[in-house]
Design a protein around this ligand. Structure first.
Ligand code: DOR
Ligand code: ZN
Length: 448
């Protein structure tokens, strides 16, 4: 593996931007040096006759960021590979500057047993082109939580390394994994609190099933525009309240996936003593319920996109630090499924992993967000919340996942260099002109 020297880089962290040289050796960041000193450091570690590669990072609009950590994706393997697979979706991730993903358990079979988890890890090892971890799903089997299956994974020295955390669906979504009854069992279990000295994350899809059942009545769900009315904010709030209450009762942290409203943020704000963290997905920041006319079933996601006003509140939550991280909930379906071919109802979900970074950078270019915040929410905090060591920061000894971005680069989503790599081949952002794209992506010291 060639050693790399990033020269004249503007290195971005959550706290600032510093001009540095960065020396990469054997997949790791060997040293972050003062600007201009990198070459000397490099020469010292070269073997005789060994050559290294220099990546010139100078240029007003160029910045060096840690690779993004996307803590919430559905890469659809095994069993749903018409929608996507580890190879295709991880290629899209890398093209978008995402170097680490955590895959969700609503595949076929669902990742709720030791056996299914082990099989998925094998598949991902073989096919996933970026770093990965895998969620195990909470499930109710014969009236009991699948705690023993999860404990078998935790007890396995090799498999445990790949465990992202436990995912609990409080309501049915794609895959019908709703199992709100087992959330308390997961939170209460002493043996699942900590593994290898780190908290085992519990991530909650917070929509309340009873509430959804109540609201869905009377709506023609084949009309995409009715989707949001049938899954209102109230149902999210009810589930968030329940999850936060249980977290406090058991003094056990939870992470709330994809918040979509001010109401949820206010509730979560009452528990910001380290117990409850939360994420927002790009769909809830960049899309809104005025777009059904244009996008139809393609806009359907769970929880649904909300009103423009609610989107404004979520952005306030980003600026104010009420929301910890951005994670995509990348969840592709085929075009035919989304179009409701054969009289079917469009399933919920959309691809997102390739456009996360450009969408965020475009906000930076528009002076609505600063780069430090992007690194905080897409790199540093997800690594911290999910206990990844040596990831998410550009520092000595860190894994060399690096992206050189160019804020001056303008591309149109779906065209030319911004062609979509998703197996499903579509995106709700197709045709959007965005400024700020990754130019060089480095995965564990390798330019990919
Ligand atoms: O929109 C969504 N799509 N929300 C979910 O909860 C699941 C996901 C999927 O897997 O399609
Ligand atoms: Zn999801």
């Amino acid at each position: 593996m060639k050693k790399l020297l990033f020269k004249n880089a503007k290195v971005v962290s959550a706290h600032g931007i510093d001009e540095k040289d960065v020396v990469v050796n054997a997949g790791e960041i060997f040293k972050v040096c003062e600007d201009g000193e990198g070459e000397d450091v490099m020469v010292n570690i070269l073997e005789e006759g060994e050559e290294f590669e220099t990546i010139d990072c100078s240029g007003e609009d160029k910045y060096l960021l840690p690779g993004l950590v996307d803590a919430h994706v559905h890469f659809r393997e095994p069993g749903m590979t018409a929608k996507g697979d580890f190879a295709s979706e991880s290629a899209a991730a890398l093209a978008g500057g995402v170097t680490t993903i955590f895959d969700m358990p609503n595949t076929k079979p669902a990742t709720v047993t030791f056996e299914a988890f082990a099989a998925k890890v094998e598949l991902a090892k073989e096919k996933c082109k970026c770093h990965f971890k895998i969620f195990v799903g909470a499930a109710e089997v014969d009236g009991k939580a699948n705690l023993e299956e999860i404990k078998k994974i935790v007890a396995d020295d090799e498999l445990r390394r790949f465990l992202a955390g436990i995912k609990v669906y409080m309501a049915h979504s794609t895959g019908d994994m709703g199992a709100s009854g087992v959330l308390e069992a997961m939170l209460a279990d002493e043996k699942l609190r900590e593994i290898d000295g780190r908290v085992l994350p519990i991530v909650v899809h917070a929509e309340d099933q009873e509430c959804l059942d109540e609201f869905a009545e009377g709506f023609d769900l084949s009309v995409p525009g009715n989707h949001g009315k049938a899954r209102p904010v109230e149902c999210c709030l009810k589930a968030v309240k329940e999850a936060c209450h249980l977290a406090r009762k058991h003094k056990r942290s939870v992470h709330i996936a994809h918040v979509s409203s001010r109401e949820e943020l206010d509730e979560i704000g009452k528990f910001k003593d380290g117990l409850v963290t939360c994420e927002v997905s790009p769909r809830h920041l960049f899309l809104n319920d005025g777009m059904y006319e244009k996008l139809g079933g393609f806009l359907k996601v769970n929880p649904p996109v909300r009103s423009k006003e609610e989107v404004g509140e979520l952005w306030k939550g980003v600026y104010a630090g009420e929301i910890d991280i951005v994670a995509t909930d990348h969840s592709p379906h085929t075009r035919e499924e989304k179009e409701g071919a054969g009289g079917g109802i469009a399933p919920s979900g959309m691809p997102d992993v390739q456009t996360l970074l450009p969408l965020m950078l475009n906000e930076v270019v528009g002076e609505k967000l600063d780069l430090q915040k992007v690194v905080e929410m897409c790199c540093e905090k997800p690594a911290e919340i999910f206990g990844l060591e040596n990831v998410g920061k550009i520092e000595d000894g860190g894994r060399a996942d690096l992206i050189l971005v160019d804020l001056g680069e303008e591309r149109i989503v779906g065209k030319g260099e911004a062609a979509l790599k998703y197996k499903c081949g579509w995106s709700c952002y197709e045709g959007w002109k965005l400024s700020g794209w990754p130019e060089v992506v480095v995965l564990a010291g390798e330019v990919v």
